[in-house]
Each structure stands twice: as C-alpha cells, then as structure tokens.
Unconditional design. Sequence first.
Length: 253
Amino acid sequence: MIFTLALALLADLPAATAPPPVERCGYQIVQSFPHDSSSFTQGLFWHDGHLYEATGQYGRSRVARLDLQTGKALAETPLPSDQFGEGITRWGEQIIGVTWHGGVGHRWRIKDLKPAGTFRYEGEGWGVTMVGDELVLSDGTPDLRFFDPATMTEQRRVTVRFAGRPVAQINELETIDGQIWANVWMTDFIVRIDPATGNIVSLVDLSGLKADAGASGTDKVLNGIAWDAKAKRLFVTGKYWAKLYEIALANCR
C-alpha cells in the first residue's frame, strides 16, 4: 500500500529532514448494523436521526434515507440510468451529490429527496463534504477542490500529502471537528487531512473490518464515513457490505 511504502521511505530519511510523525490509530467495533449488500456505497452522512447514502453503478445509482437499525431505505430517489452516482453531503436543507463521469451534479431537498436542481463541474466526481461554508470535492487525483456550494464556482485547491508526497485515490469524504476524513480507494485506511494544508495528520487502519463484514473481492472495498456529531458516533461501511459499523478509535500513537 502507498502508506506502507511511504513509512519505509521515511525510515531512510536523515533525522533533520524527516517530517513530524503521523499519528496512527486502530479501531474497536462498538456495534454493527445491517447494510444492504446490493448497495455500491459511494457517499454517506448522518443527519437528524438517519443515515443518508448515495450508491453507484449505472442503472442502480440512488440517494436514500436509511433506517439505522434495519438498513432499509425509508425514502429514495434514483439517478438517471446513464449516470454513475458518487458522493453526497448536506448543505442546509439540500443534499448535494456528484457523479463519476460527465461533470453532472445534483441537488435534492433533504426533507423528501425530491430533485432541487443540477449543476456542472469539470473533471471526475468522487467524494464531497462541507468544511465550513465551502464544499470540498475529491476527484481521484491528489487534489481536493473547494467550491462555493451556492454557485459551484471553484475557489481553491489543496494537494493531499503524506510525508510530503502526493496521495491520489482520495475517495469518500466526511468532516469531523474541522478535519477531512477520507477513504483511500482500494486500501483499508482512512486518512485525516488538514483542509488548510492538505497534509495527512493521522491514519486510521481498519484492517480486518472487511473480513468481519464477510466481504471479499476487489470491488467490495471500504467506503463510507458518517459522523453523528450530537452523539459522537462514527459509522463506516463498504461497497456491497452486509454490515455497517459504529467504531471507536483505539491505540493511537
């Protein structure tokens, strides 16, 4: 993995030039919940007692409000069959979502998931989150792009870096206590990113969680982070996983 390689490279750097150590954390499972194993999870967030999930795949992409205890959709809206859904985030009374190719974004009313408009952007869409008043988009490159959510005008970019080296494949995003938490596609890691600099300040190693979920195969990777700020609960899941987890960080060093 890219992080294992980067750590090995760091060991060869002279002490005077080595960057400050990056915190590494494991996890504990607090509890698990059912998750629809047919859902190719692309985006996830928590709001007002429910999970909201976006799924991908052509002809199967949707945005849905989920019941935590059963994993079932209480309401859902499909995307056009020629669009591959990606990340979602809440902006006020709207859900804003992006698609993988084509540069088409959507807005839905959060109260009933009815369409509230579309917008355009350049490049691919992977994950989205709100940091303060800005919407942050990942697009598969090492760059995070910051937008005005009202106009979707790009404002700035930062490059995600681990030990000074750019890190690509930044995927689903969530904001927790001012930091951007992100899945790194095809790995068992969540990275915690300083949005001002792009520097990775912490790694969360979720090795073993995929196996616990009974998921196997290259497409059934970790993806999906949601934060219940009121109850301080952290939820994670993956593509086609049969479980969604509440976890707690452990053994940080």
